[in-house]
Design a protein around this ligand. Structure first.
Ligand SMILES: [Zn+2]
Length: 316
């Protein structure tokens, strides 16, 4: 090593050492540490195509979206049931080309001129645009197996599946049509409860749908209620729990009030798994837990059971 040079440097006679000090512009990029969220990390993110993979919240497995869709949005590894839209659900249950939709154009009205952080009218508009649905339920007559049924399917994507006048009216008309035509009724629920934007008008739907179901039952027709994640509040307190047979999807959150409200009211610790489908099955509130993939086969079996007497009578 050239000791002479070394000594000169430490004396501080030459403060600038050109070989080690790049020009100012370059020095900036040379010293700067890469930050999270810089251009580099963005480029890296872009390399992974979005919307192709979904992480399972239960088992953390990365699931290929196409395979997840083919599996009816049920995790291939642990069986976690992801949310599914009303159209996909109808497609998974109903025989091809047999679904005749009822009241497809019925849409909510802002009767109370509700104003909050945003108006009800503007909420309706944005949900209609984003979901391409008119409201939180699709109803119609269709065939499941060789059975003709009246089917109503709620959709959580539209204002949390809340029950307003349109949901109540569409379901009531469906039940009444089922009664008129002597058909079993199946309602698949997912809901946060009554729609607060419609106040009393949404609460009235609880009584209206229940009355229609009572009339349907009086005609000795079966009603199957299927509870999916989550089914709560006003919907749970009306048609969702009135089924002759009440089924639920695995792991679904089902209840009336939220756990915190119950805890505050009862001043008691809630048991583990409270308000899950499994807990409710153990305590007798529901009749069976049926996985989404088994739902169609099971429904056909249940419908056959319910209508066996009628078929025998018709054959005689
Ligand atoms: Zn999983």
């Amino acid at each position: 090593m050239d000791t002479t040079t070394f000594t000169r440097k430490t004396l501080g006679l030459e403060t600038v050492e050109p070989a080690l000090t790049p020009p100012i512009g370059k020095a900036h990029t040379f010293i700067k540490k890469p930050k999270i969220g810089t251009d580099k990390s963005k480029t890296k993110k872009r390399e992974m195509p979005e919307g192709l993979w979904t992480k399972c919240p239960t088992c953390a497995t990365m699931l290929f979206d196409k395979e997840l869709d083919d599996n009816l949005k049920v995790c291939m590894k642990c069986g976690h049931h992801f949310a599914i839209g009303s159209r996909e659900r109808i497609h998974s249950l109903v025989e091809t080309c047999t679904f005749e939709e009822m009241d497809a154009t019925m849409s909510s009205v802002d009767v109370l001129h509700f104003k909050g952080a945003s108006t009800y009218a503007s909420k309706l508009e944005s949900y209609k645009k984003n979901t391409t649905l008119k409201d939180a339920v699709i109803t119609g007559l269709c065939k499941i197996g060789d059975q003709r049924v009246a089917l109503g399917v709620m959709d959580f994507n539209f204002l949390g599946g809340s029950m307003g006048s349109v949901v109540g009216e569409k379901l009531t008309r469906l039940i009444e049509r089922g009664t008129e035509k002597g058909l079993p009724v199946i309602i698949i629920s997912t809901s946060g409860g009554a729609r607060m934007y419609e106040g009393m008008f949404s609460l009235m739907q609880m009584a209206k749908t229940s009355a229609a179901l009572a009339y349907h039952a009086k005609n000795h027709l079966p009603y199957i209620s299927i509870l999916t994640h989550p089914t709560t509040a006003g919907v749970m307190a009306s048609y969702a729990t009135l089924g002759d047979l009440i089924l639920a999807e695995p792991g679904a959150m089902i209840g009336f009030a939220g756990p915190r409200v119950i805890k505050d009211t009862t001043q008691a610790e809630l048991p583990p798994g409270f308000q899950t489908a499994e807990f409710l099955l153990d305590h007798g509130l529901i009749d069976a837990i049926v996985s989404r993939k088994e739902m169609k086969t099971q429904l056909i079996a249940y419908l056959d059971f319910f209508t066996a007497g009628k078929k025998t009578a018709a054959a005689l």
